[in-house]
Design a protein around this ligand. Structure first.
Ligand SMILES: [Zn+2]
Length: 69
């Protein structure tokens, strides 16, 4: 099924996220955690699945920008 395949792919990506090397006020930058949470978001219907994928794409860009800075 499309949904579960996507979920497994997101799970795989989620486990491969490294913590951001930056710290904010002595704490690890939350961008990695934010993206992990996006990957674990469960869609309830096709429309919300698309929306989640959009949010993931945005989160990936933000994480990439933050991580590589
Ligand atoms: Zn970061």
């Amino acid at each position: 099924m499309y949904g579960s395949r996507l979920t497994r792919l997101n799970w795989f990506k989620m486990t491969n996220i490294h913590d951001c090397p930056k710290t904010i006020n002595g704490k690890v930058c939350p961008c990695a955690d934010k993206l992990r949470r996006l990957y674990l978001t469960k869609p309830r219907d096709n429309q919300s699945e698309l929306r989640i994928q959009r949010n993931i794409e945005i989160g990936e860009k933000e994480y990439g920008k933050c991580y590589n800075k």
